[in-house]
Design a binder for this molecule. Structure first.
Ligand SMILES: Cc1ncc(COP(=O)(O)O)c(C=O)c1O
Length: 304
């Protein structure tokens, strides 16, 4: 029977014992940076492979600088903690690993400086987040993406996810699966927890980081697989909402979302209203890679 454990206050403890105080700064003000990392179960090998673990911790360490969070651990040390934790939990299914570096001080006062920091990690079983088989229906949100001048989207700050949650709830309560969020200039930014791509004339187009996008590791994976395996280039450029409607294909990428086709936006079918051909080829490649079935990309898969 798998036992949930957490890494909390520099120790491995049963998940039920990992509790923060109601006075914790990060709980009160959203002052944490987090990551979402998938462990993908490989049935034949009976192993969980953590996908691009080192790259996730690199992003976390960089983001800590934005929030002035002291990160005492290197990427390699964080990888060791993560693999040990996932191993201790013993899940034989797809899982999600959630590290959070946060302001742990128990004080009142809005600031980033002169506060204690800590890092925690926990693991949870995690199946599909969106409908990868059928594709999803999206709406353009009435909410706008937070600007780099307000709260940097790239930093994956816990508090920023109020922006994503407002958009996701609006979309779902209106009968859609996911939101597409525009930035304050009206250009396409991303989904509530996913990057977005369109396929146009055999090329991929995706918004650049300057449009307040979180620079996704799945986004990078797809760009590389498209280039190196399918010979398809990706153009990172400002994208208009109307380009989504006229695209041949559209898909979203993210650790939770994997590669998911967007088959309808604002009640307009995209392409033929089903998963497009290039999207399907990328999905196939991606799943082989993340489940540790493509030896060329073995470096991206850490067994736990
Ligand atoms: C707002 C947002 N955009 C994009 C992504 C995709 O990033 P990644 O592929 O690194 O998971 C996420 C993932 O958590 C996200 O929260």
């Amino acid at each position: 029977m798998p036992t949930p454990y957490a890494y909390f206050q520099k120790q491995f403890v049963p998940l039920a014992e990992a509790k923060i105080s109601i006075m914790t700064h990060a709980f009160n003000y959203g002052t944490g940076c987090f990551e979402g990392i998938r462990g993908n179960w490989n049935e034949e090998q009976e192993k969980v492979y953590l996908f691009r673990l080192w790259d996730h911790f690199r992003r976390l360490r960089k983001n800590c600088r934005i929030l002035k969070i002291e990160m005492p651990h290197s990427e390699d040390e964080l990888c060791d903690v993560a693999t040990k934790l996932v191993g201790m939990c013993g899940y034989c299914e797809d899982i999600y690993l959630r590290p959070i570096a946060y302001k742990s001080a128990e004080v009142i006062g809005v600031r980033m400086h002169d506060l204690e920091d800590d890092i925690l990690m926990y693991v949870a079983p995690f199946g599909p987040y969106l409908d990868v088989e059928k594709g999803i229906r999206c709406m353009t949100s009435t909410w706008r993406r937070v600007d780099d001048m307000a709260i940097p989207a790239r930093a994956k700050v816990t508090g920023t996810y109020v922006n994503s949650a407002l958009a996701k709830t609006e979309a779902q309560e209106n009968g859609f699966d996911e939101a597409i969020i525009l930035n304050s200039d009206g250009h396409v930014s991303e989904g509530s927890g996913e990057n977005i791509f369109i396929v146009d004339n055999g090329r991929l187009i995706t918004p650049p980081s300057s449009d307040n996008v979180l620079m996704g590791i799945t986004r990078d994976t797809v760009i590389r697989l498209a280039r190196d395996e399918l010979g398809i280039e990706t153009i990172e450029r400002q994208t208009d909402r109307s380009e989504l409607y006229t695209a041949d294909e559209c898909f979203m990428t993210g650790t939770a979302a994997h590669v998911t086709a967007v088959v309808d936006i604002d009640r307009r079918p995209i392409g033929n209203g089903r998963t497009g051909e290039i999207t399907a080829r990328l999905q196939k490649l991606y799943f082989e890679v993340v489940r540790g079935r493509n030896s060329k990309y073995a470096d991206w898969c850490t067994p736990a």
